[in-house]
Design a protein around this ligand. Structure first.
Ligand code: ARG
Length: 563
């Protein structure tokens, strides 16, 4: 329908092409203002006429059109009212298509998303939960648009901290304890190292020496390191399983350890490396940034060096059109430095293809969480707690529900995901159980509940002929039309979400559709005698159900059939 309006305007207005018209067309906030509106302010400049007059002239030029009820001029706007049955039919048909909300704009293009990426030997904490949830949603959104998305887990599995851990393990650790307590024990050893090193700086030298050994391929060092990594991965995978998420590649920092020499060579030939207190850096003063450290004075690589190596590796291996990095905002400078260095090496694409996607902090009832304060919160525990709280609610309210455990998992995990994705990602996220598990707020459970309601309506239908033709002219009430209009926004919402890297747009859309549906459902009985009307209304229930399901999947959330 929008395209038809665009064509209509394009053939009656000079000086604007279809693309410009498309960008100007608005969906009016109120139904009294029509289905589409076209503002004439911009034309006023070129035509040197009052916008009201221009609007009236365009209306005149367009004349009568078969699919239009009316064109009205209100101020500087042309408001288009589409004949209801035609509008309804076109919306229902568009929304019924298999890949509604999706597109093929990404076909043949690859996007890398670097997300989750916990640090080996440390717990998978709530901060990593955010990158995991946001990254996974972006993966779903870009896939829906036809992109080939590579999900990359850039594990923090290399660096001096492993030298420290090896020293601590050799001094105070034992195999049994590590086998028993896994990451928990490794974290204790790490804390112990820091406590001891305060009074005994020689420990730091030892740690550095062990990391140098690791970089040189020392067998003993690598064996302990690999063991720590395996233990950590087992724990991380438990969390990924709970979330129902996966990756295409687990290529951590260690994967790039033999590729950092190449980075140093490139920088050297480009004359970008300078020496500073024995270390090698790239001076970024001209760009108002602190220097990017490349090699420490003992010659070992650092986080940034490995990120540089990863960028060149990914560009060569996947030929991405974009590489996205989902991390907390405290890494803003790090990525700005790294991206600038890539650009300085003569890679102009770095400017728009490398994108840092920061997000806000997580707080539990307002308190900032940190692994250092002893207030250690595992993501896994948060998820398990959400599931168990939902299980209690189910036992209390609906003990007969089939698949209780599976359902509690979908709702509990969904609630945490939804709470994370509902606001702009840069905003802080707080965990307030009463709020995020509430079945009628702007929450995951509320949207899932609406989905289950649709499923239940469809299950309980009597005398319903799936294949009977639908008479769209029967759908005339404002609630039904509002619902359809809401649903029709889906394709644009997905595109907006992808362009702004904002899954929140999809989450908000899901709530809007659910609210709109519940209003429609309050006003319209479905399982009625009048078969034609029933068929028409059922078609809206089906569309709502399908759209909510697909939108929630873009957030990584599954909807149970019953709850
Ligand atoms: N391991 C890092 C952390 O936990 C995140 C890694 C992000 N990705 C990257 N390519 N640097 O903070």
């Amino acid at each position: 329908m929008k395209q038809k309006i665009i064509d209509l305007i394009a053939s009656n207005v000079e000086g604007l092409n279809a693309e410009e018209i498309s960008a100007l067309i608005e969906i009016p906030p109120k139904p009294e203002l029509g289905d589409f509106a076209f503002p004439c302010f911009r034309l006023a400049k070129t035509m040197r006429k009052a916008p009201q007059m221009i609007a009236a002239d365009i209306k005149e030029a367009i004349g009568d059109v078969d699919f239009l009820q009316e064109i009205s001029v209100q101020g500087a706007y042309l408001n288009f009212f589409i004949k209801k049955d035609i509008f309804v039919k076109s919306m229902v048909e568009a929304a019924s298509s298999e890949n509604f909300g999706g597109s093929t704009i990404g076909a043949g293009k690859t996007i890398c998303i670097d997300y989750s990426s916990p640090n080996v030997a440390k717990n998978f904490h709530v901060g990593h939960l955010r990158t995991t949830i946001i990254g996974n949603s972006l993966y779903k959104i870009y896939s829906k648009l036809g992109y080939d998305v590579k999900r990359i887990n850039h594990l923090g599995d290399w660096g001096t901290q492993f030298g420290k851990l090896i020293v601590a393990y050799k001094a105070w650790g034992n195999e049994e304890a590590v086998k028993k307590d896994g990451v928990g024990e490794l974290m204790k050893l790490y804390v112990k190292f820091h406590d001891e090193a305060k009074n005994n700086p020689a420990l730091d030298d030892e740690a550095r020496a062990w990391f140098v050994k690791m970089e040189q391929g020392d067998e003993e060092a690598l064996k302990i390191w690999q063991w720590f990594k395996d233990i950590s991965l087992i724990e991380y995978k438990r969390t990924y399983d709970l979330l129902g998420m996966d990756f295409d590649y687990y290529l951590g920092e260690s994967f790039y350890r033999d590729k950092t020499d190449d980075v140093v060579n490139r920088l050297t030939s480009a004359n970008l490396l300078t020496e500073s207190e024995g270390a090698k850096i790239v001076d970024l003063e001209a760009y108002d940034m602190a220097p990017c450290l490349i090699l420490k004075n003992d010659g070992s690589s650092i986080y940034a060096t490995r990120d540089l190596a990863a960028i060149f590796y990914r560009k060569e291996t996947y030929n991405f059109v974009k590489c996205l990095y989902v991390t907390g905002q405290e890494q803003k400078l790090h990525f700005a430095q790294v991206f600038k260095v890539v650009e300085l090496l003569g890679n102009d694409w770095a400017k728009d293809q490398l994108v840092h996607i920061p997000y806000g902090l997580v707080s539990l009832e307002g308190a900032k969480l940190s692994t250092r304060s002893g207030n250690i919160i595992y993501a896994e525990d948060i998820l398990l707690e959400a599931i168990s709280k939902i299980k209690e609610i189910i036992e209390e309210k609906n003990p007969e529900l089939p698949d209780k455990d599976e359902t509690a998992k979908k709702i509990g995990v969904g609630a945490v995901l939804f709470n994370d994705l509902y606001n702009q990602r840069i905003k802080d996220v707080s965990f307030k159980w009463e709020k995020l598990l509430n079945f009628d707020g702007e929450t995951g459970p509320y949207v899932q509940y609406t989905y289950a309601r649709c499923s239940s309506i469809l299950r309980k239908l009597e005398n319903y002929d799936e294949n009977a033709p639908i008479d769209y002219s029967l759908i005339t009430d404002a609630d039904s039309i509002d619902l359809l209009k809401e649903i029709s926004r889906f394709p644009q919402v997905v595109i907006d979400a992808s362009e702004k890297y904002e899954p929140s747009q999809v989450a908000r859309f899901a709530v809007a559709v659910a609210q709109s549906f519940n209003k429609f459902y309050n006003a319209n009985r479905i399982n009625i005698e009048d078969e034609a009307l029933k068929n028409a209304r059922v078609s809206l229930v089906k569309l709502t159900r399908k759209t909510i399901k697909d939108a929630m999947l873009l957030l990584g959330i599954e909807c149970p059939e019953q709850m």
